[in-house]
Ligand binder design. Structure first.
Ligand code: GLC
Length: 471
């Protein structure tokens, strides 16, 4: 099958969160199954764009209301990512280092989607499926079905994957004219609660909806930032498919970001070396259990509670545990986490920022990974942790519920029900007990490392879904 994944992020081209990891891996596995999966992302002014070589495959102009922009479609020359990668360069809008958080994000991502469809139309391409990811590409299903300019693409199946239903890309009707001409009686397909809502539009117009875990599909019927009723209504065309992880990138035996490699046979020694490195770097005690948090410091991930979780845990267990945090996000949380360093020297530290290499070393060197998420559509970090023999401590929600079984049930993780300081601290106490029961701890880590979360199954599942739309 010939298909396009269209997304704002793709690892290693541009990454903010897990969306990038999925879009950087799924197409590779689909191609291994004999399909032709391509990826299209905006051309940002970042390291990847500047350090790689591209061919210009198409140039054109796009209209966004009263504005006209030049766009260029660039193709990465080597296919080294395991798929054909296309960047859509719209210099006026994307010649900037970051993916999101500019005042004109509506203009940027609407123009990106228009440029993509213009390109397909102008070069007479007719893919089998268009697979859109999150709200940044949410207008595509509507535009394919309704815009006069894209009549040639009408009837092309569209699939929307919801990686995070909290963000929906709303904008006002004053920008309705950004959308290329269509029969105005169809306007309702763009709208939800009185404004244009790209995610809602995609939920209405895409042929199939997927969420990144089965439990998340159940949860968003109850809690989806205002889209609950719509999601309930569209449930018959929705399905939850658990993400995989890229087991080539994430392999403690070969990971180029690690100095000390290991596998199931020598994991104790391998992990201990990475732990020693981290403890030296961050002035921690290598003999005590090391609890970490890796990720965006935002409320969804429960990060606002981290400062309190850390101080309670470190006060209750003085000299008995280490906590090490890696992430960036909410400035208040960043400051509070930095502030804690002075109170618990030798047992607490944090690295505020995004650092992919350090994240890999954290997974290898840590004993436990904290994920007190309020919302976790899938969560990849717990799967990385498992593969690296690090025990996840998770709140039972979304994909965490689908992937982590508690040690009390013969599993390989520690689970709690609430995103609360109390619940997380109770789990930390259970973690300390596990750490001190060396035999059990080793068994749990071995079980964790054996779990197969590779993409093979999910990649096949998506293909079956596309096939149900095309044959
Ligand atoms: C988003 C979700 C996360 C999921 C990822 C990839 O970042 O918050 O739970 O794992 O997308 O689908």
């Amino acid at each position: 099958m010939n298909l396009f994944h269209i997304s704002a992020e793709c690892y290693p081209v541009a990454k903010v969160g897990g969306l990038a990891d999925v879009v950087g891996a799924l197409p590779k596995y689909q191609n291994e199954l004999g399909h032709d999966a391509k990826v299209v992302v905006p051309g940002y002014d970042n390291k990847f764009t500047n350090e790689n070589v591209f061919d210009t495959v198409h140039q054109g102009k796009l209209r966004l209301g009263q504005f006209i922009f030049d766009y260029t479609v660039l193709r990465e020359q080597t296919n080294k990512l395991g798929f054909e990668l296309y960047l859509i360069a719209i210099p006026d809008l994307f010649n900037r280092p970051n993916v999101y958080s500019y005042d004109d994000d509506t203009e940027r991502f609407t123009a990106f989607q228009i440029a993509f469809l213009n390109w397909l139309t102008e070069t007479q391409q007719r893919p089998d499926v268009l697979h859109c990811h999150d709200h940044h590409t949410g207008l595509i299903p509507f535009m394919v079905a309704n815009c006069y300019n894209y009549q040639q693409l009408q009837g092309t199946p569209t699939v929307l994957t919801i990686h995070n239903g909290q963000y929906q890309g709303w904008f006002g009707f004053d920008k309705l004219h950004y959308v290329p001409d269509f029969d105005r009686s169809r306007t309702g397909f763009l709208e939800w609660n009185g404004i244009i809502n790209p995610l809602a539009s995609a939920i209405k117009c895409a042929w199939k909806i997927t969420t990144v875990s089965p439990s998340y599909l159940d949860e968003i019927s109850e809690n989806a930032n205002g889209l609950e009723n719509l999601l309930r209504y569209e449930r018959p065309k929705s399905i939850g498919i658990l993400n995989g992880i890229d087991t080539i990138v994430w392999n403690p035996k070969t990971d180029p970001m690690l100095d000390h490699h290991y596998d199931l046979k020598n994991f104790k020694a391998g992990k201990a070396k990475s732990k020693k490195f981290l403890c030296e770097q961050f002035d921690l005690n290598p003999d005590k259990p090391l609890f970490t948090f890796i990720g965006r410091l935002v409320g969804e991930k429960g990060a606002d509670l981290l400062p309190q979780i850390c101080s309670v845990a470190l006060n209750y267990n003085p000299g008995e545990i280490n906590i090490l945090i890696l992430g960036s996000g909410d400035t208040g949380v960043e400051n509070a986490l930095n502030g804690l360093k002075h109170f618990y020297p030798g047992y607490y530290n944090c690295y505020i920022g995004y650092n992919e290499k350090l994240a890999h070393i954290f997974y290898a060197g840590a004993d436990f990974l904290l994920m007190p998420s309020r919302v976790e559509p899938c969560g990849l970090n717990q799967m990385y942790a498992l593969r690296y023999g690090t025990v996840p401590i998770v709140r039972r929600t979304g994909g965490l519920k689908d992937t982590v079984l508690d040690i009390g049930d013969g599993g390989f993780g520690i689970c709690h029900d609430q995103t609360s300081v109390h619940d997380v601290n109770y789990s930390i106490t259970r973690g300390i007990d596990l750490f001190n029961d060396k035999k059990h701890f080793d068994e749990v880590r071995q079980t964790a490392m054996k779990i197969d979360h590779s993409w093979d199954k999910a990649a096949e599942h998506y293909i079956q879904l596309y096939q149900s739309l095309t044959y």
